[in-house]
Structure formats: structure tokens, C-alpha cells
Design a binder for this molecule. Structure first.
Ligand code: PLP
Length: 636
């Protein structure tokens, strides 16, 4: 048992949840034990997240809420540019850094608008991978010097619009992704009499590791093989358009955990750049794609949810690798483009949610004595419970499972009653709890008892749909830092897994960040009767918002953007009501008015049948309409 005099502190919570490791300085626990956002160096003027929640509630916005903090997007963009600027200065590199934001990482209008505004003075452009994304980029991009990189498969309409963009003076570069695109682009360019700026996506042979390792290598679905590159160059030569080719692009994969892989791939791409230069292309840009990782678990390791490098190291290493390779051949330094997506937007969104219920193994009384007619296996279970000592933990654990299973078998054969089975389960769980408690005194834990705490974890039911709001957690077990937002000056004595409110067995989170691997349970505080308990999933600004579906017909959550002021206050700069039930029904092709009418007919019929009164019909229809017009998530 922990010494009671040893007081729990906010510092201990900070260590437990690894806040300093993953927050990049943007979040901390304040003296009141609340998670606070600190976009500025001066932590004094931070804003507490529970305070933001009260502010939103006062404005009638209920949880769950996807909170976007615009300052953090600006902050990350500024950091990225500052790191590249400092690497370029330190190494005396002759080119510039020209970042682009890949729209697919978060296409939401508020994010793109903020990215365009914060990016304009930095010449930060957009990367697009489809016609729809090109349409967005062209209407939001403010600085025409910023790059507009056109990736993805292209048809005539896509190519035509990109060519018009070139004509209008946008720094728009069409990247050849497929051998067949070369002919089509040349044809359209001749037809419209617009000379394109071209890039070429190469398949690098390096593998990136992590979840998205398949994005590179010979079998990657995008990019040109070396023979395709030669064919494309010959074709450009024949049509006297070799000078249009200006850029080499590669994408090793997203969330690259290992800096060595990045360096190797950058060198390979730089070699390709040299070759294109020597072939006569008027090269000017080397595009390193995405991949700059986010340290979601704060372990600073090459674990898939982490990275073994910092931002400064990434910038220094990539600039140095390019410079080193090109200087050997005396080739002028290109502008460096990165298509960093998650590293620019992950920090700026937090999913805020409340816990609505708890299910835990209850502490039920076990009988001191059993009657003679109870089955022998139950007697044996009680015997196991009474004989438990530190020395026989493993043996008792094995026996408990054996006798518990025996009772289950007897039940199946009709030789044991429901009450007897319930007695056996109570004794069994009492044994497991006692063993789990006693293991704390062991120096080394037998491997069979390693996960003994797991079945004892409580389930915290959270007012979210994981499929809708954290699709990567659902689909690829991606880890996000999940932390209680308040009561962090108290010791979190519960061990929990999280379940959502969809009736889906996959709607749960039972993997949590840990600096030494993955934790199967999360420490949380016991829920207090009648009081709200808030949690947050952090670093969810990249990829999570658009992938989710209408699972169980839980729709979009409320979305609120705030800007934090230097005096520690905050302004709500944009809010978007989440979907109502009527909205969701219309997405899946119902007509909410028809649905309402149908039910009204049924309510009228029940008056005719004498089951309800007209007044009751009024109340029933009000209740129906309240749900139809209301939020899809649970009301607090
Ligand atoms: N560029 C391309 C071509 C991509 O496919 C991706 C995502 O996979 C990105 C950029 C963004 O990658 P990240 O978010 O890891 O920076």
C-alpha cells in the first residue's frame, strides 16, 4: 500500500500521463489540477480547458466538442519555418524552404482558412491530390509565390485547371504520378497553349517503417520507376518541353519514426535531382513529401507512434543531406519543399468528451461458509481463496481458473443452479482481486500474472463515437494521448478502459500511450455521483476529422475554434453545431419531414384505438421532435 503521507501532486499526474513529453510545450497541468493550454512561452496566461468547457456550456454548446485552437496551428507553422530557416542559415544553404500543407490531412474549411492566413507571409502553400482539393486551394491560397503542388491521378479537367493556374501566375506544379499522365499533360498544354511547370514523383527504394511503410518502395502504388522516368524525359525532350521539368518529389510514408530512413531517402532523391539536372531539366525544387512525425506517445523513440528525432534535427539532417549530395557535383541548391501535414495540424485539435457511466466488478460479499449441497468445485474455490499467500499466488491463480471453469461446465450440464454459479463467480473474482493486490508486493511478477489487472479494469463509457471521431484509433490502433482534464491534483486510483456509446464491440480504447511501450489500462479518477468527469483526446488535428463515418448515426460533433489571448482569456472565433438527428437522417437518404409525418399518423391512430389522449399525442410528438432536432450524442 502507498504511504498515505506521500501526497499526490499535479507533477505526479504530469509524469503519469507524460504531458511534458508529448505536448510540445502547448499543454500543462495548472495548480488547480486542470489541463491548460499555453500557446505562449509565458505559461502564466494559459487557459484551463475545463474553463473553456464551462464557457462553451454557457453558450449552449454541449460535449463532445472538437476544440480547435488556432494559435497552435499558427505556432506549429512558425516553428517549422523557424527550424528550416535556422538550418539553412547554419549550413549556409543557398535555397529556401517552401512548405506546403497537404489538404487531405484536414480539409475542414476553418483549418484551410487559418492555414492560408498564417501561411501567406511564410510563402506556405498547399499540396492537392484531387480536383476537389485543387478547387479549395485556388480559392484560399493568398500568396502566389507559395507553391501549389498538384499530386494524385489527373484527368483532363484537373490538368486544365492546374494549367490555367500556371497562366494566372500561381506557382503551380503538376507532378507526374503515373507514366500515362505525361501524354495527357503535354496534349492539354499544347491545346491550351500554356507551358506547365512539371514535377516527377519517384519511387525511392528506402522503406520508412511505421504504419505507412508501404507508401514507398518498388511496390508503392504512386510514383514512376526509373525506366518510367527515362521515358518521361525522352518524351519531354522530343516535344521540347524538358525545361518545364523543375521538381523531384517523393513520399516515404506518413509518421516516419526513424531519422535514418529519412536521411537515406533524401539522399536518394537528391541523386535523382542531380540526374534530372544533368539531363537538361531546369530544376529548382526538391519536394520531400510528408512524413515528419508527431511524438504521440512522448517516448522520443522509433516506436510507430513516436519519432527518434526533433524538429530541428529533421530540418538540419534533411538540408545537410541534400547539400552534401549536391555539392559533390557542384549543382545549385534547390528550394526545399516539405508536405508536412500531421506535424502542422495535429496539436491544434482536442476532442473533449464526458464520461457518462461506469461499469466495474462490484465488491460483492463472498460467503464465509458454504452449505454441504454446494458442488465440490465451489468448495474448492473457497478453499483457494482462504489459502492464498504470497508464496502460492501462481498456483492459486491456476486453481481458481480450473475450478471456475468446472462450475461453468456443471452449469452447462444442468448440474449447478444460477445461484450456485453466481456464488462461484463472486469467489473467483475475489481471488483475482486479492492476487492482483498481493502482486504489488512481489519483486518479480510471474509471466502468467502480468496482465492480472486487466480484467479488473473498470469500463468508462464516453460520450463519443470512436469510429466517428478517432478513426485511426479504431482502424489501426493509433495511439493518442488521452488524459482527464481536471482533478489532476488527486491520485487517479481507477484503472480503466474506455468504451464509446455505439453498440459496437470495437468501440473501445484499451491501448494507451506509455513511455515504455503501450499501457493496456488508463489511470483515471473515480466518478463522483452527480458530477461531470471530463477527458480529452489530444493531437487529433490530423486525419481524424474526415475519415469518420456515420456509424450508429452519431454525426459530427460540435466544433469550436478558439483563439487564446495573451492576457489568459479566450475568444470563440467560430462555432459549428454538430449534426442533428434530422441532419444525419437526411445524409442516409431519409426525409425527416416524412419520418415525422409517419410517426404522427401512428400517434393519431393510437388515439383512435383509445390508447392515448390528444394531450398525450401532443407530448409524444414534442418528445419525438426534440430528438429529431437535437444533438446525436447524449445530453449530460
Ligand atoms: N504528401 C503525400 C503525397 C501524402 O500521401 C501524405 C500523407 O500520407 C502527406 C504528404 C502528408 O504526410 P504527413 O501528414 O505525414 O506529413
Amino acid at each position: 500500500m502507498r504511504n498515505n503521507l506521500e501526497k499526490w501532486t499535479t507533477q505526479k499526474s504530469s509524469e503519469l500521463y507524460g504531458v511534458e513529453n508529448w505536448s510540445s510545450g502547448y499543454f500543462h497541468i495548472n495548480e488547480q489540477g486542470e489541463l491548460a493550454i499555453s500557446p505562449f512561452e509565458d505559461k502564466k496566461n494559459a487557459v484551463s480547458i475545463p474553463e473553456i468547457i464551462s464557457g462553451l456550456k454557457a453558450r449552449g454548446l454541449e460535449l463532445p466538442v472538437l476544440l480547435r485552437i488556432e494559435n497552435l496551428l499558427d505556432g506549429q507553422l512558425a516553428k517549422l519555418h523557424a527550424s528550416f530557416a535556422s538550418a539553412i542559415k547554419e549550413l549556409q544553404y543557398k535555397g529556401e524552404y517552401r512548405g506546403v500543407f497537404p489538404i487531405k490531412v484536414n480539409q475542414q474549411q476553418q483549418v484551410i482558412k487559418e492555414m492560408a492566413a498564417a501561411g501567406a507571409p511564410l510563402k506556405h502553400g498547399f499540396e492537392v491530390g484531387s480536383k476537389a482539393e485543387l478547387v479549395i486551394a485556388l480559392s484560399y491560397l493568398k500568396n502566389k509565390e507559395a507553391c501549389l503542388i498538384c499530386n494524385g491521378y489527373k484527368d483532363t479537367d484537373y490538368i486544365d485547371l492546374a494549367l490555367y493556374a500556371c497562366k494566372m501566375g500561381y506557382n503551380c506544379i503538376l507532378v507526374l504520378e503515373m507514366p500515362s499522365e505525361v501524354n495527357l499533360i503535354l496534349e492539354r498544354s499544347q491545346k491550351l497553349a500554356i507551358r506547365p511547370r512539371l514535377g516527377i514523383r519517384i519511387k525511392v527504394s528506402t522503406h520508412g517503417g511505421g504504419h505507412w511503410a508501404e507508401s514507398a518502395g518498388d511496390l508503392s502504388i504512386f510514383g514512376l520507376s526509373t525506366s518510367d522516368v527515362i521515358d518521361a524525359l525522352d518524351m519531354l525532350k522530343q516535344t521540347e518541353m524538358l525545361d518545364c521539368m523543375q521538381l523531384v518529389h517523393f513520399h516515404l510514408g506518413s509518421q516516419l519514426p526513424n531519422i535514418r530512413d529519412i536521411r537515406t531517402a533524401v539522399k536518394e532523391a537528391a541523386r535523382m535531382y542531380i540526374e534530372l539536372y544533368k539531363e537538361g531539366c531546369q530544376m529548382g525544387y526538391l519536394d520531400l513529401g510528408g512524413g515528419l512525425a508527431v511524438d504521440y506517445d512522448g517516448s522520443h523513440s522509433n516506436f510507430p507512434s513516436s519519432r527518434n528525432y526533433g524538429l530541428d534535427e529533421y530540418c538540419l539532417d534533411t538540408v545537410e543531406a541534400i547539400m552534401y549530395t549536391l555539392d559533390q557535383e557542384n549543382i545549385p541548391h534547390p528550394h526545399i519543399i516539405t508536405e508536412s501535414g500531421r506535424a502542422t495540424v495535429a496539436y491544434s485539435s482536442i476532442l473533449l468528451f464526458n464520461v457518462i457511466d461506469v461499469s466495474r466488478l462490484e465488491d460483492r460479499q463472498i460467503p464465509e461458509k458454504l452449505s454441504e449441497d454446494e458442488p465440490e468445485s465451489i468448495h474448492n474455490l473457497l478453499e483457494v481463496y482462504l489459502s492464498l499467500t504470497l508464496k502460492n499466488l501462481q498456483e492459486c491463480y491456476n486453481d481458481a481458473i480450473f475450478y471456475r471453469d468446472e462450475v461453468r461446465q456443471l452449469f452447462r450440464l444442468g448440474k449447478c443452479t444460477l445461484r450456485q454459479r453466481s456464488t462461484s463467480e463472486r469467489i473467483f473474482w475475489a481471488i483475482i482481486k486479492k492476487i492482483a493486490e498481493m502482486t504489488k508486493e512481489l519483486k518479480t511478477l510471474p509471466s502468467a500474472l502480468k496482465d492480472i489487472h486487466l480484467p479488473l479494469a473498470s469500463i468508462y463509457y464516453c460520450n463519443i463515437s470512436i469510429f466517428q471521431s478517432l478513426p485511426d484509433s479504431w482502424a489501426i490502433d493509433h495511439l493518442f494521448p488521452i488524459v482527464p482534464l481536471h482533478r489532476l491534483q488527486e491520485e487517479p486510483t481507477e484503472r480503466v478502459i474506455l468504451a464509446d456509446i455505439t453498440c459496437d464491440s470495437d468501440g473501445k480504447i484499451n491501448n494507451f500511450i506509455d513511455t515504455h511501450g503501450v499501457k493496456r489500462v488508463l489511470e483515471a479518477h473515480p466518478i463522483e455521483e452527480g458530477k461531470a468527469y471530463y477527458m480529452g483526446a489530444f493531437l487529433v488535428g490530423a486525419y481524424q476529422e474526415t475519415l469518420g463515418d456515420l456509424h450508429n448515426l452519431f454525426g459530427d460533433t460540435n466544433i469550436v475554434s478558439v483563439r487564446i489571448n495573451t492576457d489568459g482569456t479566450f475568444d470563440v472565433v467560430h462555432e459549428q453545431q454538430g449534426d442533428s438527428v434530422a441532419d444525419i437522417l437526411s445524409y442516409v437518404e431519409y426525409d425527416p419531414r416524412y419520418v415525422f409525418e409517419q410517426f404522427r399518423n401512428a400517434a393519431e391512430a393510437s388515439i383512435r384505438e383509445g390508447k392515448t389522449t390528444p394531450q398525450e399525442r401532443f407530448q409524444i410528438m414534442q418528445a419525438y421532435d426534440r430528438i429529431l432536432q437535437g444533438y446525436t450524442y447524449l445530453n449530460e
